[in-house]
Design a protein around this ligand. Sequence first.
Ligand code: GLN
Length: 282
Amino acid sequence: MITVTDLLQRSVELSPASDTALLDTELLLCAVLGESRAWLKTWPDKQLNDDHIKNFSLLFERRLRGEPIAFIIGSQGFWTLDLSVSPDTLIPRPETEMLVEAALGLDLAQNATILDLGTGTGAIALALASEHTDWQLSAVDVQLQAVELAERNRQQHQLSNVKIYCSDWFTAVAKVEPQKLFDLIISNPPYIESNDSHLFEGDVRFEPASALVSGAEGLDDLKIIIGQSSGFLKPRGWLMVEHGHQQGPEVRGLFDKAGYESIETRRDYNELERITLGRLQS
Ligand code: GLN
């Protein structure tokens, strides 16, 4: 007879590979049972059948090999939304919620137009759209699989104020939405240096390099986005990007060179410089 408690005890096997071994084990068991973590706590002595045990073992083995929980269970919470994820895109990170929070803190018009560059799962655009149903969001990604995934997430959350399409940064924006200018351009682009050793450790090994890596200094995509954004913003429009914790000075320099003012960098929950924003000069 194997119970919920018995299976959760397998979390000790995961401890060397994961900082969140018990949580990971609970989430895998929840996925197998179709139940919540609260349910697991309420029914620790519940007996599990052979199918449950077998399915749990299959998922648990994948986690032991290092695969991220979000890819194993197929979803990740971001802001207030549960989003489908796939190995075609980055798994939404908690620190990226800072971009959402910062955007919500700007004094944007009631019917503001916003462009999310490199939307991946759609996380940033969908979170903003869910908070302000009068805002008009555009969200682009160069990967067709990401566009399809973001569109599925959009439909899942029934957010009719988001338009999602394929574009390599700004290249298709003027064609798909001619003459459109935005109040805010927002992005979590790839920004990791190509030889960064952390690419070979932990969960990121399973994510696509195209969503993580951006040239030798990690700045190639940030340079394009910051350099070209002024052509797509309304006068006094805002640009806001996530970046690496050591890239603050370079990113502020790029904002300055591109004609932005009120340039400001904010720190994440680990007190590391993580997002920079600025306002286009009039
Ligand atoms: N913050 C992510 C990481 O360090 C990288 C995200 C990105 O490149 N946009 O894993």
